[in-house]
Design a protein around this ligand. Structure first.
Ligand code: NAD
Length: 272
């Protein structure tokens, strides 16, 4: 009989909500042992409860993992090495979204966005690459965004971090391919996950600059687009599908919502 020790192992960052949590479930349903990286461990109960409802809780381990903390990242990689001696799939999913107009965004917001969305990915990747290279096998799935391809007003810090993700991932793919490691970049459009509830700072209200109405429209548009964008499970299933492919013959994966968001972008100037 196969034990969990023989099953493929996946690590998902940012697993306590949204795509991350759904990806953990979809991977577990497909036979992975899933290490769910969680920034605040008080949310671990919710993750395990969701896994139990899906009948996959025995396949999920939760680890403390704030991707901005070197110590968390190193400990998570060491835990995987000790417990399983392998990592088949890394899903670099953790992210936050802050917005506001470029002129008004304070330095700490720019730094936070780069530190979490971009450098968090770099940190996590660097920590697990030796484990994948040793086995000459591995897959790294990068959660980018359509905002990593095209700009939107009011999304400067977020889009800049996702553009950085794209450049990093392209170079990573070229460097790791000789070692049997695949890199796939997923670029969703807007989906109704918790990321939209908390990120956008309404900076113009305090500065009095004439951007507020524009920002309101952009946000309303994003929210509408997120509502229409569909079920976040389709992104989770896409990621799980990529994780299971023998060898992906593509570098970019665009969920359905991406087209919708591009249409929204095309419509924006006329509406502002
Ligand atoms: P979400 O807010 O539900 O998920 C983000 C997760 O990242 C949360 O669980 C949060 O706790 C975690 N996180 C934040 N900072 C972290 C840190 N420092 N260390 C570890 N974890 C951290 O929103 P989501 O939409 O599921 O976002 C997941 C990813 O998908 C993000 O990278 C986001 O940029 C990307 N994305 C989302 C959309 C969308 O419309 N929802 C579209 C394109 C891309």
């Amino acid at each position: 009989m196969r034990s969990l020790q023989d099953e493929p192992v996946a690590l998902v960052t940012g697993s306590s909500s949204g795509f991350g949590l759904l990806i953990c479930i979809e991977l577990a349903l497909r036979g992975f042992v899933v290490i769910a990286g969680i920034r605040r461990m008080e949310t671990a109960g919710k993750v395990l409860e969701t896994a139990e409802q899906a009948g996959v809780h025995t396949r999920i381990r939760t680890v403390q993992l704030d991707v901005t903390q070197d110590s968390d990242v190193k400990q998570a990689a060491a835990y995987i090495k000790d417990q399983f001696g392998r990592l088949d799939v890394l899903v670099n999913n953790a992210g936050t979204a802050y917005g506001g107009f470029i002129e008004e965004v304070p330095a700490e917001v720019w730094l936070e966005q780069m530190n979490t969305n971009f450098h968090g990915m770099v940190r996590m990747t660097q920590a697990v690459l030796p484990l994948m290279r040793e086995r000459r096998k591995g897959r790294i799935i990068q959660m980018s965004s359509i905002s990593g391809r095209i700009g939107f007003p009011g999304y400067g810090p977020y889009a800049s971090s996702k553009f950085a993700v794209e450049g990093f991932s392209e170079c990573l793919a070229l460097e790791t391919e000789p070692f049997g490691i695949d890199v796939v970049i997923v670029e969703p459009g807007a989906y109704g996950t918790p990321i939209w509830e908390k990120g956008f700072t309404q900076m113009s209200t305090t500065s009095g600059l004439p951007y507020q109405a524009m920002l309101d429209k952009v946000l309303a548009f994003s929210q509408k687009s997120a509502q229409q964008g569909g079920d976040p499970r389709e992104v989770a299933r896409l990621v799980a599908h990529i994780a299971c492919l023998k060898r992906p013959a593509f570098r970019y994966a665009l969920p359905r919502s991406t087209r919708l968001t591009i249409r929204a972008k095309a419509a924006l100037p006329g509406r502002l």
